[in-house]
Write a protein that binds this ligand. Structure first.
Ligand SMILES: NC(=O)c1ccc[n+]([C@@H]2O[C@H](COP(=O)([O-])OP(=O)(O)OC[C@H]3O[C@@H](n4cnc5c(N)ncnc54)[C@H](O)[C@@H]3O)[C@@H](O)[C@H]2O)c1
Length: 316
């Protein structure tokens, strides 16, 4: 199949990730079927899509006129067969449950045309573990999106043991066409690329917080205003080259033995989770939140993200 042969996209699972992924393909001009277990979930997903598209228009990424046409391209469907029978590209975003995903891939293989490419948005599982339930392992691939998927540009494409290069290239081209920033990951490893890097940082951040080296507020300010500020524009390796690798090497040689290398999250972090302090959704985590404060932070975050998306990626 060629890129121009892709016309219909199906998204299975209309939760946090699925509704946003559907938005990306619909804005890219594709007809999208959005599947979930019942009408209520799908109704909520469409409401969220309307809000997202409104925010896109308010921030100048799309015109108000594009909203109704984009929504018309998205068909909410509870019947799986109807959702996938004419799809050229399918991505699943159902809950992170390997048995459910294995069963779903097996069903999709039965229900959709031979040409169809099947993708998973799993955030931890290896694609080979469920590609094996299909008879089209060359056309099964992992596409790992980041929340919120309609805003964050990068999508990791992870090749399973049997995924063909043609499939990876086609999915890469498709994601580029819908204005995402796809990255090919050549080796199938747990955590893929971005989550491994993020978690390496989180280990040290949680350790420094537990040790009381700085307050939670100061840790966030320090990161946001230093390498966080740089990272939206230049990646870590270019940063290294610009800074000079003789210096980077000397600093790493000195600091690596002193940096946390624990195989468990720190006890203070575990206690916080066990106490039910799960962050904004429970009103307390590293910081305290009222419902109004949470809404204000999320609104400000989304507006800043959209301005950054527009400035760095939208016009390309
Ligand atoms: N939330 C994130 O930040 C994030 C980021 C990257 C990847 N992911 C991955 O994306 C996937 C979805 O995560 P989410 O956060 O959107 O979860 P979610 O719970 O918000 O949504 C999952 C949806 O799947 C639906 N579902 C369950 N079984 C189904 C079935 N058999 N058929 C159709 N729909 C079904 C549920 O009703 C629900 O609406 C998971 O694999 C997750 O690991 C999540």
């Amino acid at each position: 199949m060629k890129l121009e042969d892709v016309r219909n996209v199906a998204v299975i699972g209309a939760g946090i990730m699925g509704h946003g992924i559907a938005q990306v393909f619909a804005l890219g001009g594709y007809r999208v079927t959005l599947n979930d277990l019942d009408e209520t979930i799908l109704g909520n997903a469409i409401d969220r899509l309307k809000t997202n598209l409104g925010t896109f228009a308010e921030n100048g990424l799309i015109s108000q006129d594009e909203i109704p046409n984009t929504l018309l391209r998205i068909a909410p469907v509870t019947d799986l067969r109807e959702a996938v029978c004419d799809a050229d590209f399918i991505t699943e975003a159902v809950i992170e449950d390997i048995e459910l995903k294995r069963k779903l891939f097996n069903q999709l293989d039965e229900l959709c045309p031979a040409r169809t490419i099947l993708a998973s948005n799993s955030s931890s599982l290896l694609i080979s573990d469920f590609a094996s339930t299909t008879k089209r392992q060359d056309r099964v691939v992992l596409t790992h999106w980041f929340n919120p998927p309609h805003i964050v540009p990068t999508v990791e494409i992870i090749k399973g043991h049997r995924t063909s290069d043609e499939t990876v290239d086609l999915v890469y081209a498709l994601l580029k066409k819908v204005r995402k920033l796809p990255v090919k990951i050549a080796k199938e490893i747990p955590g893929y690329l971005v989550n491994r890097i993020q978690l390496a940082m989180a280990r040290e951040v949680w350790h420094l917080w537990e040790q009381g080296v700085a307050s939670a507020e100061d840790i966030d300010i320090a990161v946001k205003g230093s390498f966080g500020f740089r990272l939206a524009s230049i990646g870590p390796l270019l940063t290294n080259d610009l800074g000079g690798n003789d210096t980077n090497y000397a600093v790493a040689k000195y600091l690596f033995p002193l940096i946390n290398d624990s195989h468990e999250p720190p006890p203070a972090f575990a206690r916080m989770v066990q106490a039910g302090n799960l962050g904004a959704k429970t009103g307390k985590g590293f910081f305290d939140y009222s419902k109004e404060e949470w809404n204000r932070i999320v609104k400000k975050r989304d507006q800043e993200f959209l301005q950054r998306l527009k400035a760095l990626y939208w016009s390309e």
